[in-house]
Ligand binder design. Structure first.
Ligand code: HEM
Length: 63
């Protein structure tokens, strides 16, 4: 195996391990929250108290 192939393999592992797990965790979180209206209400109230009615942006997490 060349250095380039080894490097490509490691990058693909990080990309796939990060993508699949995060996507699954987010999907299950949304499904479970949608099945528990009281939790959903509290979550929306917390989000609204932090950012109001405007849509969230990626910059939110940098603060
Ligand atoms: C909710 C998110 C995530 C969960 C639940 C999760 C879970 C795990 C678990 C359980 C392992 C150990 C697997 C094993 O040794 O059998 C692992 C390994 C790993 N994770 Fe994550 N992970 C998450 C997010 C990420 C992200 C965001 C990245 C990178 C951007 C990442 C990169 C990796 C890598 C590179 C390994 C090592 C793979 C290997 O040993 O070959 N993970 N993860």
């Amino acid at each position: 195996m060349t250095d380039r192939q080894g490097c490509d393999g490691k990058l693909m592992t990080i990309f796939l391990a990060g993508h699949e797990t995060t996507a699954n965790a987010l999907s299950w979180t949304i499904i479970l929250v949608s099945q528990h209206p009281e939790i959903e209400k509290k979550l929306f109230e917390e989000i609204n108290s932090l950012i109001g009615n405007r849509p969230p942006s990626s910059g939110e997490f940098m603060k």
